[in-house]
Design a protein around this ligand. Structure first.
Ligand code: ACM
Ligand code: ZN
Length: 521
């Protein structure tokens, strides 16, 4: 047993952890007991993730049939002290382990902590024979700092298989990250099957070429796609995420970043096209026509299918980087301005956003958008994702809107991780080393206590213009996403970068065993 008792290696660091005398030893006769049928799948998950290194699958049983064996017990409780459904307590005694929480998510997080209390070899995909499966006796009380602990993955610029998405979710779950923001469409490709608009994928999911590796202003000339997720695959992803306490928040970009959709349906543009799916990155002038009623019907029908696939109450409708040049020259858009009494094209963007937000609200959903949605007048109840720094997020919080902080200064995981640029894989620009992510405090802005409560979380963004393989996505994600997980989970006063680094050394061994590519620190 090599685990040192004064060196917990749990990431994100729990709020309160106390060591006791002794250890619990996991043996083949250990049973996993669940007390509520709603948590059977968490018990089954635990048995499944432990099985490969153990070489056996622990028995999963409910309370009634509880055997006289040492047990790992998952208790769904409603008692005081577990006010958040994500909070949990974990007590490891030599005779058994008890995880208690008021909601399934809390139990799931207790299970993740238990995995990290075991020797790192517990992450092995293969049988491990020489490691005693001991867990130090501890009492842990834990709860997240923020409700939104997110990663965004752009699958438009590059596409990744469903199998990789499931693995990505597994690694998020290990870090108690709970929101997967799925950037499903952009100028460079539409990746979601929509039954009513088949051309979105027959036309919009392929492009003629991509930026050349190492020379982004040239093209490789290699056709890309069609690559997209079928609705069946999306259902599988959403359910896999749900089992891991992760909400999948889909993003349908509007009114800009939509050239792939316009290549398929040019009638929803101002000029009528024709258009090609974009092959390079950069600003795109062609956007949805805000004067054409057909555009709204189209977007609403797309969102109908999106809502049927994604149970998330929050739907992301983009809103970033929408140039107004086409709107200025479009008779239909100009007529809309006059009819609605809008002062300018920024207000027209606000009109589009408010109209779509109202549609989603009628269906019980709530919008989130990039911070440009502040510029044209925020839809009621809209949440704001602050990316152009933090001032947009702070302004939104002052207006009483919820905010997810994701500033380019700390949260853009498509930026370089090291200034040894020549030895790093090609990244978009910029520099965000691990320590910069770790030292981010999403609540640091000048806000009152009431305003600060509107900062509901933090998110790392993986824009994938230059991430051509899933290995590169992992490399750009980790260990920065592990640092972000601690920003999102652990109280600010309990965090220290040096302490994080000492835990990260062990944690990287886990990532190795899970076959996650990461940047060594
Ligand atoms: C963004 O990075 N355009 C949100
Ligand atoms: Zn127009």
């Amino acid at each position: 047993m090599t685990m040192t008792h004064n060196q917990p290696t749990i990431i994100p660091k729990p709020v309160a952890l106390q060591y006791h005398e002794g250890v619990f030893t996991l043996l083949s006769q250990t049973v996993i007991v669940y007390t509520d049928p709603r948590t059977e799948e968490i018990a089954t998950y635990l048995a499944e993730v432990l099985a490969p290194p153990l070489g056996y699958r622990l028995l999963v049983t409910d309370h009634e049939s509880r055997a006289k064996c040492p047990a790992i017990t998952l208790c769904l409780v409603s008692e005081e002290g577990h006010t958040s459904p994500e909070a949990y307590s974990l007590k490891v005694m030599p005779g058994g382990i008890r995880i208690a929480a008021a909601g399934p998510a809390g139990l799931f997080y207790g299970v993740q902590t238990l995995r990290q209390l075991l020797p790192p070899e517990i992450m092995s995909p293969f049988l491990v024979t020489r490691t005693p499966w001991q867990v130090p006796a501890v009492t842990i009380h834990d709860a997240p700092r923020f409700a939104w602990r997110g990663l965004m993955l752009d699958v438009s610029r590059h596409f990744y298989s469903k199998e990789f998405i499931l693995k990505f979710l597994d690694v998020m779950a290990l870090h108690k990250l709970n929101t997967f923001h799925f950037h499903l469409c952009d100028n460079q490709g539409w990746r979601l099957e929509i039954a009513q608009f088949p051309r979105l994928t027959t036309v919009g999911a392929r492009r003629a070429s991509s930026p050349l590796i190492g020379d982004r202003h040239s093209q490789d000339g290699i056709p890309y796609g069609p690559y997209f997720y079928t609705q069946e695959e999306i259902r599988e992803i959403v359910d896999y995420a749900r089992c891991r306490a992760i909400t999948v928040v889909p993003e349908i970009e509007m009114p800009g970043h939509c050239l792939a959709a316009l290549a398929a349906y040019p009638e929803y543009s101002c000029t009528g096209g024709p258009f090609q799916v974009r092959t390079c990155s950069g600003y795109e002038q062609n956007v949805y026509c805000a004067g054409n009623e057909g555009t709204f019907t189209f977007l609403q029908r797309v969102l109908d299918e999106v809502m049927a696939l994604f149970p998330s109450r929050v739907i992301h409708i983009g809103g970033d980087e929408c140039p107004t040049k086409r709107w200025q020259a479009c008779p239909a858009c100009q007529q809309r301005l006059r009819e609605e009494g809008l002062p300018d094209e920024h207000a027209l963007q606000g009109y589009v956003m408010r109209r779509m937000a109202r549609y989603l609200a009628q269906h019980g959903r709530r919008v989130i958008g990039w911070d440009e949605i502040l510029d044209g007048g925020l839809p009621d109840d809209a949440a704001v994702m602050s990316w152009r720094g933090t001032s947009g997020g702070e302004a939104a919080a002052r207006l009483g809107h919820d905010v997810v902080m994701s500033p380019t200064t700390h949260c853009y995981f498509d930026f370089y991780q090291s200034d040894a640029y020549a030895s790093e894989p090609e990244a978009i620009c910029g520099l965000i080393p691990l320590q910069q992510v770790y030292n981010y405090d999403p609540s640091a802005g000048e806000l009152s206590e009431a305003e600060r409560r509107h900062i509901i979380g933090v998110q790392g963004n993986l824009w994938t213009e230059y991430m051509r393989s899933y290995r590169q996505v992992e490399y750009m994600s980790y260990p920065r996403a592990a640092a972000l997980a601690e920003v999102a989970w652990t109280p600010q006063e309990c965090r220290s970068y040096d302490n994080f680094l000492s835990r990260l050394a062990v944690h990287c061994h886990r990532l190795d065993l899970l076959d996650v590519h990461y940047r060594c620190v």
